[in-house]
Design a protein around this ligand. Structure first.
Ligand code: CP
Length: 300
């Protein structure tokens, strides 16, 4: 994992299947109580140019649990870039002077890759536009493995905004490595982009299109829902989708429902008390996975 140590993580494709399995295995050790001080004396910049609750706070929790400190901002509007016309590149150069690593979320596709080219410290992509959210995918994979016992051959339903959701794009990349069978459930306006479809075909991944979860619920091991990513397109898209208790009537006993959160009406709170609800555990797994990743990047 040489690149991970030198450059950090900007896209899921930067990791081999074995790298991913090693990170998940290490995350399991943190979940089981492993304590380490890898970041003792280190300062990480936590810079979120776009809103976040889970990713920022779970990263900052992971840094603190590893003995490190964070500097940064939760809102790019307070920076000299926003208020004094400083360039993004110069902002990155400054961060390079002040921190041992950068955790960054940005509204622009490719911002993390650009940062990793400009900076000498490791850069971790905490979400860039509609492009990638690799650490979300690592915690999603951890959650699938934790709830199903394995990643191989899982029947995975991807439901909702398959077009604009970066978590979906990263998860589709991962599904190719683990021979998952994909059920793509979305209204016509939100169907998966043609380049993602091309990738699935190129890797021989089995997939099918569906309009509702009810059509396939009896075949799914995991159902991964996403909200409509309203911030990623202009204008209104008038499309409704979601699940209810009725949707789950024919679900397999092992079905786990995942969602990167935040949720909107696609995942009503009536689902929370069912044995299928896994999304809050999924969010908690974010701390263990991010501890594991930081330990690997910054450890000896
Ligand atoms: N899942 C996720 O990325 O949530 P936040 O936008 O709150 O970080």
């Amino acid at each position: 994992m040489l690149d991970l140590k030198n450059k950090g993580l900007t896209a899921l494709q930067d990791l081999s299947k074995q790298d991913i399995l090693d990170i998940l295995s290490h995350a399991g050790e943190f979940k089981n109580g492993l304590r380490k001080n890898t970041l003792d004396g280190k300062v990480l910049a936590s810079c979120f140019f776009e809103a976040s609750t889970r990713t920022r706070l779970s990263f900052e929790s992971a840094v603190a649990r590893l003995g490190g400190k964070t500097i940064g901002f939760a809102d790019g509007s307070s920076t000299s870039q926003s208020n004094k016309g400083e360039s993004f590149i110069d902002t990155l150069r400054m961060l390079n002077c002040y921190a041992d690593g950068l955790i960054m979320r940005h509204p622009n596709d490719g911002a993390a890759r650009l940062a990793s080219e400009v900076m000498t410290i490791p850069v971790i992509n905490a979400g860039d536009g509609a492009n990638q959210h690799p650490t979300q995918t690592l915690l999603d994979l951890f959650s699938i493995q934790d709830s199903q016992g394995s990643l191989e051959g899982v029947n995975l339903g991807l439901m909702g905004d398959l077009k604009y959701s970066r978590t979906i794009h990263s998860l589709i990349d991962a599904s190719k490595l683990f021979n998952m069978r994909l059920f793509l459930i979305a209204p016509p306006e939100l169907r998966i982009a043609s380049e993602n479809l091309h990738e699935l075909r190129r890797h021989g991944i089995s997939y099918s299109f569906h309009s509702t979860a009810e059509e396939v619920i009896d075949r799914l091991d995991c159902l991964y829902l996403t909200r409509l990513q309203k911030e990623r397109f202009n204008g209104n898209l008038d499309c409704e989708y979601g699940i209810s208790l009725k949707t789950l009537e024919k679900a397999k006993p092992n079905l786990s429902i995942l969602h990167p959160l935040p949720r909107l009406e696609e995942l009503p709170t009536e689902i929370d008390d069912t044995p299928h609800a896994y999304y809050f555990q999924q969010a908690q797994n974010g701390v263990y996975v991010r501890q594991a990743l930081l330990d690997i990047i910054f450890g000896e």
